[in-house]
Design a binder for this molecule. Structure first.
Ligand SMILES: *Cc1c(COP(=O)(O)O)cnc(C)c1O
Length: 381
């Protein structure tokens, strides 16, 4: 029997990527600018709609860093951040010598909890400092509680940096994720729903803000014949080669979303007869998830002691990759000493949650192996 590795999420080329790369080579546009960069930005603007502007960058992390700069975060400022996320959401706060303030998740979308968020804002203001920005994340492609978070942000006039790295193709009430923040960011890393091998983008509400982001991303060169600088610069622009991959990937984005959603349906069916396992799903039809990763939560009181670790190790022995959910930032050694608001929702999700293979390139044979492995573990329930 075929026992090749089944990955959590691996790159899935559509077929036309190499054509765009060939064009770049033929025209010698092998640089961090060129027709593919402009073309990818245009494709993304068309896709996201809502009159947004998109700047292609070297990574999602770079986009968060520049996003915080555009929101005027400076050394000593406080920035609120969802605790349950990938560390790249929070690291740029430290790049700027600002202070992260971490917030618990709520149980419906696993994202930033509105109640803890408002408590935190009030408490920080009372302690003498209004937070400069709120970083909210659409984990695993499930939108955060868009309306309640926006309402709180507006009530205290704090801008939102929307980390949509995992949510390209997701939407809320028909509006695409990436367009809800004062600034949005996307990632095209190798494991994301589409990839440019490495890359990201910043999404802004005005052309002027996009231009400013690109100015910073290309070493902040003032308008002069010599090299003249009045602002710190960064080397964060996307290469025209990577953007060529991205243009090809944009052609198959909707197909990838449909296939990832089929993987989610597959897991709903696989676990339907299994007591104590819930597949993470959107709370209602206002939410449309790309289900970048399918995730489950295990209640070991109902599974006769089978935990996420039992399942993870059993899958690993079948050469099937799975991974615990993001370990919350407030539990990470590098972020241990920063303020945290909330209870133990994120912590419990981390203890009991598992991400399962979700790639758009998984085959029927892969699914048969996954299903068999899961049913074997749970059959003695
Ligand atoms: C992947 C990811 C990032 C970082 O994107 P890169 O392109 O890898 O730098 C940021 N936030 C979240 C939630 C992510 O999943």
């Amino acid at each position: 029997m075929n026992n090749s590795k089944i990955w959590l999420s691996s790159p899935h080329m559509g077929g036309t990527e190499q054509q765009y790369i060939k064009e770049a080579f033929d025209a010698n546009w092998v640089a961090p600018l060129g027709p593919n960069v402009n073309g990818l930005e245009q494709d993304l603007e068309n896709y996201l709609g809502n009159q947004t502007h998109v700047g292609a960058l070297s990574s999602g992390t770079a986009a968060i860093h520049l996003g915080l700069i555009l929101l005027d975060v400076q050394a000593g400022d406080e920035v609120i951040c969802q605790s349950m996320t990938f560390s790249a959401s929070a690291n740029p706060i430290l790049y700027l010598s600002a202070t992260p303030v971490f917030i618990d998740s709520e149980e419906q979308t696993w994202n930033i909890c509105p109640v803890a968020l408002e408590q935190a804002i009030q408490d920080r203001i009372q302690k003498g400092k209004k937070p400069k920005a709120i970083i909210a994340v659409h984990l695993y492609g499930v939108p955060y509680q868009i309306e309640s978070i926006r309402e709180i942000a507006d009530k205290y006039t704090i801008p939102i940096l929307e980390d949509s790295a995992e949510a390209l193709g997701s939407s809320y009430k028909g509006q695409k994720c990436g367009t809800f923040g004062d600034i949005g960011i996307l990632s095209f890393n190798g494991n994301k729903i589409i990839t440019t091998s490495g890359g990201g983008a910043i999404v802004t509400q005005t052309a002027a803000l996009k231009e400013k982001a690109i100015f910073y991303a290309t070493q902040s060169r003032d308008n002069a014949p010599h090299y003249q600088h009045s602002h710190i610069g960064y080397n964060y622009r996307m290469s025209n080669i990577c953007a060529g991959i991205g243009r090809g990937q944009m052609e198959v984005l909707d197909k990838h979303v449909a296939l990832r959603r089929q993987m989610h349906d597959f897991y709903v069916a696989v676990f339907a007869s299994i007591e104590g396992v819930e597949v993470f799903s959107t709370p209602n039809d206002d939410y449309f998830a790309n289900y970048w990763l399918s995730a489950i939560i295990i209640d070991e009181n109902k599974t006769k002691g089978i935990t996420r670790e039992t399942l993870r190790l059993a899958l690993e022995s079948e050469n099937i990759e799975s991974r615990p959910l993001w370990k919350p930032m407030h539990l990470q050694p590098i972020f241990f000493n920063y303020p945290y608001y909330g209870k133990t929702v994120a912590e419990n999700l981390f203890e009991n949650g598992l991400c399962l293979p979700s790639g758009s390139n998984l085959t029927d044979e892969d699914r048969t192996r996954i299903k068999k492995a899961i049913h074997t573990i749970f059959k003695h329930q």
